[in-house]
Design a binder for this molecule. Structure first.
Ligand SMILES: [Zn+2]
Length: 369
C-alpha cells in the first residue's frame, strides 16, 4: 500500500468551530511491526511537528519503493485544539483553557477494563497474550463514551496507537537537551532509540498514574504482567517520549537529522527495509526519574544563571541567582544534587513557587530503581 491520508473529525466544542486530525498511513494495515508516531500533543512544542514533516518525505519515498515492511501511522500534529489557544501572542498549548487540564494527562485509563477482559484468557504463548491484551485494549476503549473534544482527541490518539509495537510521543521543553522518557518495562529495550536519536539524558520512570499518553500504554502492560506472574506477558508496546530540545529548536539543521535518526530507528526495528548503518554510541547512562529535581522559585525575581544548559552542577553549588531589583537582594539557587542542568523555562522571571528549571540527578537506573 502506498501512503494514504485519513481525516478524523473531532466533535465541535463551540459554535462555528470544526477541527480534525490528519493521519498518515504507510505500509500494509496489520503488518508487523507497527510503529505509531505523533507530535505536538502539547501544541506549542513545535520541533516534533517539523521532524515528522521531514520523516513523512522519507517514509513516502520508502513506501513508494515497497520498503515499508511493517505498518506506520503518523499524526504530525496531534493537538489542533491547543494551538488555537492563543493568548496575547502566546500559544497556551499545554493546558486546556476550559478545564485547566494538561493535554498530556487524563488519557483513557484502560487498566481495569483490560484486566477484566483478559481474566482466564491468557496462556503460555507470549505472542497470543500480546494479541489478547491488544484486543482487550481496543474493546475497553470502545466501551467508553467520550464526548468532549479534548477527550475524544485523547481517545482517538490512543485508539490509533494501542496495537502498535513502537509508540513515539514527540515533545519539547522550553529549552532543553534532547532527552528521552521511558518506563522501566521498556528499558533497556529502548536503548537503541536513545542511541540512535543521540539522547543526552534518559529518564526511566514507572509510568504515571495521572495517565500520560505514554503511561496509557505502559500501565496496561505492567498491570497485566503483574496480575499474571506465571504467564509470559511481554510489553506489547515500546512507548517513549522523545523531548526534542527546546520549543524554538525547529530549524532544519536540527530537525532533519532527527528525522533521519527516527527513520534509521524504524529500519533497525524492521518496520522499514534497508540498513540503518552503525548504531551511534551511547551519550549518557540512563537515570532514574526519582533523581529528577524540578526547581521552584523560593522567591520571585529575575533568574540569572551561572551555568548553561547541559552543564554539570554539583550538590551545594550556587548555579543561579534570583535577583529582586526592589530589595537589591540576590537569592542563591543551590543545586540539591550532583547532576546535569538539562531543562529550563525560557522566561527568565520567576514568581514565588513557579517551576523554572530541572536537574537530572546522578541517580542511575541500574542502581536507583
Ligand atoms: Zn510536552
Amino acid at each position: 500500500m502506498v501512503h494514504v491520508t485519513q481525516r478524523i473529525d473531532l466533535p465541535a466544542a463551540s459554535l462555528g468551530t470544526a477541527r480534525h486530525l490528519l493521519v498518515h498511513r504507510f505500509g500494509t494495515p496489520g503488518a508487523r511491526p507497527k510503529a505509531y508516531l505523533h507530535a505536538g500533543l502539547h501544541a506549542a512544542e513545535l520541533p516534533g511537528i517539523v521532524v515528522l514533516e521531514h520523516l513523512l518525505d522519507r517514509l513516502a519515498e520508502a513506501d513508494a519503493a515497497g520498503q515499508v515492511t511493517g505498518e506506520i501511522v503518523v499524526v504530525p500534529f496531534a493537538n489542533p485544539i491547543g494551538l488555537a489557544q492563543q493568548v496575547l501572542m502566546e500559544a497556551q498549548g499545554r493546558y486546556d483553557l476550559d478545564t485547566n487540564r494538561n493535554y498530556n494527562r487524563g488519557f483513557p485509563d484502560l487498566v481495569e477494563g483490560v484486566l477484566e477482559r483478559v481474566a482466564g484468557r491468557l496462556g503460555q504463548d507470549a505472542a497470543a497474550n500480546v494479541a489478547a491484551v491488544r484486543t482487550a485494549m481496543a474493546q475497553a476503549l470502545e466501551a467508553r463514551n467520550d464526548t468532549r473534544e479534548p477527550e475524544v482527541l485523547k481517545a482517538t490518539l490512543l485508539g490509533l496507537s494501542l496495537d502498535a509495537d513502537i509508540v513515539l510521543d514527540l515533545h519539547s521543553a522550553w529549552e532543553a537537551l534532547l532527552h528521552l522518557l521511558v518506563s522501566d518495562n521498556n528499558w533497556p529495550d529502548a536503548q537503541d532509540l536513545a542511541r540512535q536519536i543521540g539522547a543526552e539524558v534518559v529518564l526511566v520512570d514507572r509510568g504515571n498514574r495521572m495517565v500520560t499518553f505514554k503511561s496509557a500504554h505502559v500501565l496496561v502492560w505492567k498491570a497485566v504482567a503483574r496480575a499474571h506472574p506465571d504467564l509470559p506477558v511481554p510489553p506489547g508496546a515500546m512507548a517513549a517520549v522523545v523531548e526534542l530540545r527546546g520549543q524554538r529548536d525547529v530549524d532544519d539543521h536540527l530537525t532533519r537529522p532527527d528525522a533521519d535518526a527516527l527513520f534509521h530507528f524504524l529500519q533497525r526495528r524492521g518496520v522499514v527495509a534497508g540498513h540503518p548503518g552503525a548504531l551511534p554510541p551511547e551519550r549518557c547512562r540512563a537515570r532514574s526519574s526519582k533523581g529528577l529535581w524540578r526547581m521552584f522559585g523560593e522567591t520571585f525575581g529575575i533568574l540569572v544563571y551561572h551555568r548553561e544548559l547541559g552543564d554539570r552542577v554539583a550538590e551545594g553549588e550556587t548555579f543561579c541567582h534570583i535577583v529582586d531589583p526592589q530589595t537589591r537582594r540576590r537569592t542563591p539557587v543551590v543545586a540539591p544534587v550532583d547532576g546535569l542542568l538539562y531543562a529550563r523555562r525560557s522566561h527568565r522571571f520567576t514568581r514565588q513557587g513557579q517551576y523554572f528549571c530541572a536537574i537530572a540527578g546522578d541517580l542511575f537506573h541500574e542502581s536507583g530503581s
